[in-house]
Design a protein around this ligand. Structure first.
Ligand code: FAD
Length: 402
């Protein structure tokens, strides 16, 4: 039994490790374009590797996986998030749960995860600096062509784990439908100098909406020197990844700084007015808004900074409530958030058998990780998809061929 894995990333190495356990006699050859395996895994989570999530704050899988929810659900039947914790603990990587429900290695080191997988895949042939250029069907087997050699290598089974967007080698297998790759998890560039001057301002529970669409997201919002970022922005960029790409990353954004409705805000404003009639508005911000942001919002609502609360009429209160609950900005483009970046798109879910992740058109060809049309919001969900899909593939291959 002769298995090729294309891509020595998170999914490829996890799949190889699981295949080694299940099929110790199989010949496993891993093709990797880069000079070392798992280069991306080594920098995940800012070098700490957010390995998975408890899923405690997730009401439905589509909230975490805007694309690929069904494939992920099927893969979780083979390796659930709690099975994943056990898998890593048994491999010697102790994990800790943070308050935000993200799991990290106790060592706080992504390299521990990388070294553990490197240890588990020893015995596999690892071909580094070997970029696969095409995969061709060769009878019942597959021929793999790489940039390094004109002579193809032939395998019984191929597992494609080449990550987000790396699907060009599939052009020789035309029956496989690909969802065009587009970026996900990015910050918004907004040309509003007065907003950007508030760089560093954080709101713990803002609500964002793309005007005229169904897309919205809540969570922490961070003002940066180029626009807006933070978990709420990354989440919204993920939910609307394809639509934003189609619009050239130009869209109108509505920001609700306190996640409160107009009526709730009007009553808050009224109670502030009743409590502090003689105080300057500028000196008495609403709870949850910093002094700098408050001054900026008063200006956006056209309210004089030397006005006292008693002087604020109903029109002014209405304008202020509107600005706080639906401040409108033009998104001018996207900005990468500290390289934390995944690709939406890839091999379409319809192309694989859901429980085995084997190609429907080319039996013996399997897919795992981000090469599939699966991607998630931040929080360890992307790696969880890589672990579970890789595990499912290894299990399917072992069950089919042993
Ligand atoms: C900076 C950063 C931080 C991140 N942090 C987190 C985090 O903390 N938690 C989380 O859940 N997710 C995180 N992610 C997302 C996560 O890293 C990916 O979802 C995950 O790595 C996908 O695994 P994969 O194996 O499918 O793809 P990859 O890890 O991208 O691996 C694919 C491999 O295939 C190789 N390859 C590609 N084409 C070819 C070819 N033609 N021939 C041979 N080899 C090829 C590539 O070189 C690569 O090594 C982060 C992403 C980035 C960029």
């Amino acid at each position: 039994m002769n298995i090729a894995i294309i891509g020595a990333g998170a999914a490829g190495c996890f799949c190889a490790a699981e295949l080694r356990k299940r099929m110790p006699q199989a010949q496993i050859c891993i093709f990797e374009a880069q000079a070392r395996p798992m280069a991306k895994l080594a920098i995940t989570g800012g070098g700490r590797c957010n390995i998975t999530n408890s899923f405690a704050d997730i009401r439905s899988l589509s909230e975490a996986y805007p694309r690929g929810e069904r494939l992920v659900k099927a893969a979780f039947r083979n390796l659930s998030p709690s099975d994943t914790l056990t898998w890593w603990e048994q491999a010697g990587v102790s994990l800790v749960l943070q308050e935000d429900q993200c799991y990290f290695p106790k060592s706080q080191s992504a390299l521990q995860v990388v070294h553990t997988l490197e240890f588990l895949i020893r015995g596999c042939t690892l071909l580094l600096r070997t970029k696969v250029s095409s995969i061709r069907k060769d009878g019942d087997r597959f021929a793999i062509f790489s940039a390094n050699s004109n002579v193809p290598q032939v395998f019984d089974v191929v597992v494609l784990c080449s990550g987000g967007g790396a699907v060009s080698m599939l052009s020789t297998l035309p029956q496989i439908e690909i969802q065009s790759p587009v970026p996900s998890l990015f910050s918004f560039r907004i040309n509003e100098p007065k907003l950007c001057a508030l760089m560093g301002t954080t709101l713990s529970n803002a609500k964002l909406k793309l005007a005229g669409s169904k897309y919205e997201a809540s969570g922490t919002l961070l003002v940066t020197d180029w626009g807006l970022s933070g978990p709420s922005v990354l989440k919204l960029s993920s939910y609307a990844a394809r639509e934003l790409a189609e619009k050239g990353y130009k869209a109108r954004l509505l920001v609700n700084y306190l996640s409160l409705g107009q009526e709730e805000l009007l009553s808050l404003i009224a109670s502030q007015k009743a409590r502090f009639p003689q105080k300057l508005l500028l000196n008495m911000p609403l709870k949850g808004l910093s002094s700098r942001l408050w001054a900026y919002l008063l200006e956006r609502a056209g309210i004089r900074s030397d006005m006292r609360w008693a002087e604020l009429g109903s029109k002014g209160a209405g304008r202020l409530a509107s600005v706080i609950s639906a401040d409108e900005y033009q998104i001018e483009g996207r900005c990468r958030f500290k390289e934390e970046f995944v690709t939406a798109g890839g091999v379409a879910a319809s192309q694989v058998h859901r429980s085995t992740l084997e190609s429907k058109s080319y039996p013996g060809l399997y897919f795992a990780g981000e090469v599939l049309d699966i991607d998630a919001i931040c929080g360890g969900f992307n790696l969880q998809a890589a672990w579970s899909t890789a595990f499912s593939v290894a299990k399917s291959i072992a069950e089919k061929f042993l």
